[in-house]
Design a protein around this ligand. Structure first.
Ligand code: ARG
Length: 269
């Protein structure tokens, strides 16, 4: 089975954690008195970038801005499909200024950026499956933003309701393996959303709360390699049994802010 898993090279956008810190609390993981080891965070982040490049992916960077400690979570800045950039409007006032810096990057790279009217946090809640968009709501991105995204992108947007505050973004509860399958933690979703996922992906790999608490659902797959938290050992083993190749990358310093591998990575399609 492993032979049939073919990686597709990706284009990633990231932001160096030079100004990373936990200075406010906008999710249950964040405790502003917890010190962050910025040197360790830098090392962990560099290791992620090296792992991407070693597996053939291209990585581009946005310059970090002082005073924006969560800017490292590049996934939240936009959602890009076929060159259409759906920008962000952050839920928390503390993060709203990030958008302008990312928009500047996109404009310099030759993209027009759609400015949403409703609260939406990029790939945190909008996930491209290869055929349609899975869209989280409940904590950050609103239903209204799902409608805006569908109108702007011209792809079906399937709304899913998140119910566990520890998994406040869709990308903390679900990730796409390839065009055919996903991994998710069912209990992070409302009963109806769970049913929807069950119908769309009857053969999905299901994760446990332990996998999710280990940031195992905040992974990035290229169709073969799965860049995954080493704490999510049980999930990595299940992926291995399904023919995927887990590539462990430890971003433990970022977990203190409620983020992991996927949060630090935006894919430009
Ligand atoms: N501290 C950030 C926040 O709460 C973490 C963002 C994590 N990003 C993600 N894609 N889940 O907004």
């Amino acid at each position: 089975m492993a032979e049939s898993r073919v990686p597709r090279p990706r284009r990633f956008l990231v932001c160096e954690p030079r100004h990373f810190a936990v200075q406010y609390a906008i999710n249950p993981w964040m405790h502003p008195d917890t010190p962050v080891d910025v040197d360790l965070a830098q090392e962990q982040w560099q290791a992620l970038i090296r792992a991407y490049r070693a597996h053939g992916h291209s990585v581009e960077t946005v310059d970090p801005v002082p005073g924006l400690p969560d800017m490292v979570f590049a996934a939240n800045a936009a959602f890009v499909v076929a060159g259409r950039v759906f920008g962000s409007l952050f839920h928390a006032a503390e993060r709203r200024p990030e958008s302008v810096h990312y928009d500047t990057w996109f404009k310099a790279a030759g993209y027009d950026v759609y400015r949403p009217e409703a609260v939406t946090e990029g790939e945190g809640d909008l996930v491209w499956t290869g055929r349609y968009v899975l869209a989280g709501t409940g904590f950050r991105t609103t239903r209204e933003a799902h409608r805006e995204a569908q109108e702007f992108l011209g792809h079906p947007v399937i709304g899913l309701t998140l119910v566990d505050p520890y998994f406040y973004h869709l990308d903390t509860a679900l990730f796409v393996l390839d065009d055919d399958n996903i991994v998710y933690y069912p209990e992070a979703f409302s009963p109806g959303s769970r049913e929807v996922l069950g119908r769309l992906y009857p053969d999905a790999v299901l994760a446990t709360r332990d996998d999710a608490m280990a940031f195992g659902l905040n992974s990035v797959s290229d169709g073969r390699h799965v860049f995954i938290s080493p704490k999510a050992e049980a999930l990595a083993e299940r992926l291995d049994n399904h023919g995927y190749v887990p590539v462990p990358v430890d971003l433990s310093e970022f977990h203190k802010a409620g983020g992991g591998i996927k949060c630090c990575t935006q894919e430009i399609r």
